[in-house]
Design a protein around this ligand. Sequence first.
Ligand code: BEZ
Length: 268
Amino acid sequence: MTTNTTSPTAAAGQTWNATRYAHDAGFVPTLGAPVAELLAAQPGERILDLGCGDGVLTAQLAASGARVIGVDASPELIAAAVERGVDAHVMDGHALAFDNRFDAVFSNAALHWMREPNAVLTGVQRALKPGGRFVGEFGGHGNVAAIVTAMRAALCANDAGEPTFAWFFPTADEYTALLQEHGFEVEQIALIPRPTPLPTGIAGWLRTFADPFLADVDAQVRQRVLEDTETLLRPALCDTHGRWHADYVRLRFVAHATTSDFKQGNPQ
Ligand code: BEZ
């Protein structure tokens, strides 16, 4: 049941499958717990979970008594979130359709998939009430650098073409500037290296997330590229007990919406 996301701004070629995601990437919501703590959702608050995926963390936020809505561009993941009892909707993060509605916008491990941050931040600013907070974490500069380099090398070695970079991994300075341009005051922002255990190894990670690199590669070559990528990465990301870690670097931030001037539209 894999289906391409339909948004022209979504990462090229990425497909989502809720069962596969839960199996290979169940650590994503678990490791989002510190960001949820930073959000500190209060009973009765209205909260938007931007890029809610299959809704595991969204449901936990809602359990705090906040009124939480989740949005995600993937119909497959939204179906899984709805099944979990989450108030969740298919919506492209580049085109948020909310006005002055939320006390907070929360986002875990999703903003790196949205490659036009100006459109995203315009929508977040508009969705927040004045003074509302934007709390999130996503892949920052240097995130999965070893994995990307190994994939590029494996594609090249198999004459499988040159992939375009699929994700948005800014530095703290770059994202601070973007937030400020969109009328946010930045309370805190930091890049946090976080080697991340992969319960189903690098094979599971590639199965779930590497579509942008492999979408145009035929099945036989694809298999060789995956094997070569694993071989290249083993010395760097697999320990002597066979345990794999991904070289994640998180960009974690808390920002606040300022005046209502920015709610009229994109300030640029
Ligand atoms: C991340 O969470 O950092 C990530 C996940 C999949 C692909 C790229 C980055």
